[in-house]
Design a binder for this molecule. Structure first.
Ligand SMILES: [Mg+2]
Length: 366
């Protein structure tokens, strides 16, 4: 039996390539907490979460002691031990993100020990994973928006793109509508056009905006209202033609079950770096499937490609500009989309990724 010998953790903060904002938040850097799970024979698994440095402290002070010494092959057992150890800290938020980084590293480690690509270890339902280009920040000017949409739709031939709306908590409705119509002109009639308001609108306003955007053939309206407002999501869903999506802030199965049961979404979003890792991502997808829903993988494309390929009810994966940039900067093996799909590399064990430690050092904190 191979056991977990130790967890190594480091935090990196990478500046964005331009100011980024959505409807309810602005940022100029992105932090990731990277975990290496090391087995007693020296084999190492890699995982990370896009969350704050507090996750590093949690992994070191709270999670390592319950994972070290456990059977490498028993990842769900390790997850359960981590969840129980954090009872008094509260599962949602940074705790769940820290758990996710460890769970992902443990799955990568298990796959490497068995010398299998992670998607084959999980069971590969799909040979390829459809992606959509995601960015279109409210902080972009017209030229930046055009350049990004042209890259995805025309150069990379990705047949789906998403942009941010709901600027300044929904107070720039006119600019939102104008930008989406501009986006439709840029990408042409064949490309699916998605919008994400990040919870910026009220329900009535979201219905108005959603109906106004029907002429631009918007087919995906993400977080038109706060994802905590299940009744509001349901109201918008009833009032617009586009699919309503939410779930990126889901940290446990109860959250996903409640959102699905409320009839709040047409497609459930699940983030492997937040929800508790690969183990819980698969379970969340099962919750969605039991409600007749598809799932969409939220951001972190390098981490999602393998797990997304392993569930039957996959719609697509969010190829998020900020994370794409970071993952190609810091990790060897980050996949490139071809004709709108990512194909997990069957020639590499685990996630097929390796941290470029020398390049990453410039972004290391503490
Ligand atoms: Mg979103």
């Amino acid at each position: 039996m191979s056991t977990v010998a130790r967890l190594d953790v480091a935090t990196y903060t990478v500046p964005t390539d331009a100011p980024e904002a959505d409807g309810t938040l602005a940022w100029d850097s992105t932090t990731l907490v990277v975990v290496h799970a090391v087995a007693d024979d020296g084999t190492t698994g890699l995982g990370w979460t896009y969350a704050g440095r507090a996750c590093q402290t949690l992994v070191q002070d709270q999670l390592a002691e319950v994972v070290v010494g456990r059977d490498v092959l028993d990842v769900p057992g390790s997850l359960e031990a981590m969840v129980r150890a954090c009872r008094n800290l509260g599962r949602p938020g940074v705790v769940s993100c820290a758990i996710a980084a460890v769970d992902i590293a443990l799955w990568d480690l298990k796959a490497r020990l068995l010398d299998l690509p992670l998607c084959r270890l999980l069971g590969q339902v799909h040979q390829q994973v459809p992606v959509y280009g995601s960015g279109g920040f409210t902080s972009y000017d017209d030229a930046q928006l055009r350049a990004q949409l042209e890259l995805w739709a025309h150069e990379l031939q990705i047949p789906r793109v998403k942009m941010k709306i709901g600027q300044s908590w929904g107070t720039r409705e006119g600019r939102d509508l104008r930008r989406v119509r501009q986006a439709r002109e840029i990408v042409g009639p064949e490309v699916e056009l998605y919008v994400d308001a990040n919870g910026a609108y009220s329900a009535g306003q979201a219905v108005r905006v959603g109906r106004a955007l029907a002429d631009a053939e918007v087919t995906w309206f993400e977080e038109p209202v706060s994802s905590d407002d299940l009744a509001g999501l349901r109201q918008v869903r009833a009032g617009v033609l586009a699919d309503v999506a939410a779930g990126e802030y889901g940290y446990d199965l109860t959250y996903f079950a409640r959102m699905c049961a409320a009839g709040a979404v047409d497609c459930l979003q699940v983030d492997v770096t937040r929800c508790g890792g690969v183990t819980e991502w698969l379970r969340a997808a099962a919750v969605a499937q039991a409600h007749g829903l598809q799932v969409s993988a939220h951001c972190a494309p390098a981490l999602h490609a393998h797990v997304a390929a392993a569930v039957p009810n996959l719609r697509h994966l969010e190829y998020f500009h900020d994370h794409v940039r970071i993952e190609h900067l810091l990790f060897d093996g980050a996949l490139e989309p071809r004709a709108g799909v990512l194909v997990p590399d069957e020639g590499r064990a685990g996630l097929g990724l390796k941290l470029r430690t020398t390049d990453a050092e410039a972004f290391r904190r503490g």
